[in-house]
Design a protein around this ligand. Structure first.
Ligand SMILES: NC(=O)c1ccc[n+]([C@@H]2O[C@H](COP(=O)([O-])OP(=O)(O)OC[C@H]3O[C@@H](n4cnc5c(N)ncnc54)[C@H](OP(=O)(O)O)[C@@H]3O)[C@@H](O)[C@H]2O)c1
Length: 338
């Protein structure tokens, strides 16, 4: 048993690897859990540290070995990395080699011309800052967070290659890149000798853009994918069917990414029909929404968020039924497009 900073004891669940399936990420040697945890929300400066700690423990105790960060996760920017670093130091350092930890740079992070975009200057400096905030010696994967049309793709890919060669990360990833630029990035990285491990795009029943070319490229090139916001930030659950709960993401005014305007009556009508189908399958809508993303063969892992540990436990039960009959897939398509 490990005595930590607060004198509390954390010992990981010895049965943590019994129920989680792991899938090879593209053609690489690395396997990822089918469900991974992201720290975009609920790990910031204004969030409860004890709750954050419970979320991480619940995830790891259930075989979720992969945790996803970015330089700007908070609020405030950097806060999620600091929170994760504290939890790592207190509880998880003895398990470092069982963990697969990612961070990213790409969006605006600090003032001036070097704190945003895709330049080598920004990516390397930001990676160093992220390592410092988390206390890690290296990231398992470091991503460019979004394509930057102002920077030559070669420069960004060279920066990712350098980050690996200099020991700051083991693998590289890209996020939110459109199909064509993904293809070019794969080629450049292959030539540099640091193959692209993974792509991180948004994918859920309301946002299926990856089906339009990207997944085909990833499969052809042997690149894995970890999709984010499988629950459309909570919309693809039963939580908004009877109004907006006070403690929900949509009710938190500082969060601009999901607000009351996104929860339209048209969307809710579809959510209601999807919820009925999920009930018939014996699942919660959250579970069905997660299972649906994993039904796509190009998807290596589904990256969820959670504000309470009970949500992680609920979402993990998606793994109990990943099968969809043709009739169910057709019905989902009908509900989403009628
Ligand atoms: N690369 C990128 O550009 C990018 C962008 C966005 C996200 N991401 C990554 O993807 C991760 C996940 O994104 P996300 O948080 O938007 O994912 P999500 O899984 O679609 O949404 C998570 C939210 O859904 C609700 N929820 C979760 N489980 C639930 C359950 N079982 N039942 C009912 N409600 C449930 C919670 O909302 P409440 O808070 O309302 O309880 C939770 O905060 C992020 O943490 C980040 O790592 C990456």
């Amino acid at each position: 048993m490990i005595k930590n900073e607060t004198n509390a004891l954390y010992t990981a669940n010895p049965a943590r690897y019994e129920n989680m399936p792991y899938q090879r990420c593209g053609n690489s040697g690395v396997q990822l859990p089918k469900i991974s945890l992201g720290l975009w929300q609920n790990f910031g400066s204004y969030d409860s540290f004890e709750n954050a700690r419970e979320l991480i423990h619940t995830a790891f105790d259930n075989g979720m070995t992969h945790f996803d960060l970015a330089n700007n996760y908070g609020p405030i920017y950097g806060a999620a990395e600091i929170t994760f670093g504290r939890i790592l130091k207190q509880d998880l350092l003895p398990y470092r080699d069982e963990l697969f930890i990612s961070s990213k740079a790409g969006y605006d992070m600090w003032p001036g011309p070097y704190g945003d975009g895709g330049s080598r200057k920004y990516l390397v400096a930001s990676c160093d800052q992220s390592l410092k905030r988390t206390g890690l010696d290296y990231f398992d994967v470091f991503y460019h967070h979004r394509m930057d049309a102002e920077t030559p793709l070669e420069e960004t890919m060279q920066a990712l290659d350098y980050i690996v060669r200099s020991g700051r990360a083991l693998y590289v990833g890209i996020s939110n890149y459109p199909p064509e630029e993904t293809k070019q990035g794969v080629k450049i990285l292959k030539e540099l000798g640091t193959p692209l491990l993974i792509h991180q795009p948004r994918y859920n029943m309301f946002d299926r853009w990856i089906e339009d070319g990207l997944t085909e490229i990833l499969q052809n090139e042997g690149v894995g994918s970890i999709i984010f916001s499988p629950l459309a930030q909570g919309l693809l659950t039963n939580k908004y069917l009877h109004g907006i709960p006070k403690d929900s993401r949509a009710a938190k005014s500082e969060i601009i990414h999901l607000n009351k305007d996104h929860i339209t009556s048209e969307k809710l009508a579809r959510v209601k029909k999807l919820n009925d189908l999920a009930e018939k399958r014996g699942q919660s809508l959250a579970q069905m929404a997660i299972a649906w993303t994993l039904h796509n063969k190009a998807v290596t892992s589904c990256l969820i968020g959670a504000s309470r540990k009970e949500q992680i436990v609920d979402s993990l039960q998606a793994l109990e039924n990943l099968f969809f009959a043709h009739t169910e897939i057709s019905l989902i398509n009908e509900i989403l497009t009628d």
